[in-house]
Design a protein around this ligand. Sequence first.
Ligand SMILES: CNc1ncnc2c1ncn2[C@@H]1O[C@H](COP(=O)(O)O)[C@@H](O)[C@H]1O
Length: 373
Amino acid sequence: MEVDKDFVTRLPKAELHAHLTGSVGRQTLHDVWLQKRADGQCEDLEDPLIAINPGMDFVDVMSFFPLFDTYVYALLNDVASIKYAAKRVIEEFAADGVVYLELRTTPRECIETGLTKDDYVQAVNSVIAEANAASIKDGFRNIEVRLLLSIDRKMTAEQAMEVIDLASKYQFTPKTSSCGSQKTTSGQVVGVDLCGNPIRGDVALFTPAFRRAKDLNLSITIHFAEVPQSGTIKELQVILSWEPNRLGHVVHVPSEIKEVLKQRKIGLELCLSCNVLARLTTGGYEMHHFREWSMTENPIALSTDDVGIFGSPLSNEYLLAAHYFKLGSQQLIDLSRSAALATFAGKERLIRLIDQFQSKYNIETNGEISGDK
Ligand SMILES: CNc1ncnc2c1ncn2[C@@H]1O[C@H](COP(=O)(O)O)[C@@H](O)[C@H]1O
């Protein structure tokens, strides 16, 4: 079967590294902007269709992080706009053939609109709960979505602990939690993340927060060695002491640390377009470390990172992998299966969907009636 846009879209995929705000498309931001302007707000903000450049072949990391703080957060600053944007993001991932999505986001407040961090998480959590309930009600679960809460490297230890408190409050429990705890019954949070500008902060500050996350049975994923400054053995050893379940980016990893990652067979979230367009790697797609890690036993989840900024949906990341690493259709199915192994929830359903796809694929390509491989 030919590897083309149709094939990579139909392939059931897991997206495991997607920042909610970075995944909001320009058109969605534009719609919010128009609405706010009509309400007499955001008059000093430029139209997102102009402020955010589409199809860029280079994203300057120095202006990348401030874009959120100075621009997008000013636009998505109340419950209505946050819910609208989150819903659109989920719909767009679903339309791209993502059947399991872990969205991550940083709890934030807005003094101007009175939005609290709890309001923020509640808003995103409720959109996710509705998306999951809607797809169950419709009889076919096209997408299952779970939430990860991010600690930003610029936070204090107390702020990081506040994120863990919120993660605990909105923690996903397959059954209603017992013993009168403060968890919400429709919590969607399955894990926590460490993100933000990688040249900032001392990660050791967050050890108590991640220890507590472990104690609460929250899964942990960490932005790991994104730039040379955050790829020191000292920093990476601190992070590994938190026993993360997955790592994101893994660009500038010293060889002795690579050995630890291989021994632990830790899941890796690899973001081709982000790394190449933001020049976190050198040598373009051909030289991306996907090639090296694909030869190990570490599960790999190709991921988009910030599709609103980098403009490459997950289906396109699979196409890029096919093109630059000479992967055929069966290898792309195997890659999707590899991502399934690294999920924090929903594994059985996802593997079942991939198995069904595999069976149809076998029939179409070889006329085989059974067999999962
Ligand atoms: C190069 N890739 C990256 N590396 C590190 N952190 C990143 C990131 N891309 C996004 N973020 C983090 O995610 C926030 C936006 O989404 P949320 O408001 O949390 O939904 C950014 O402010 C940044 O802290």
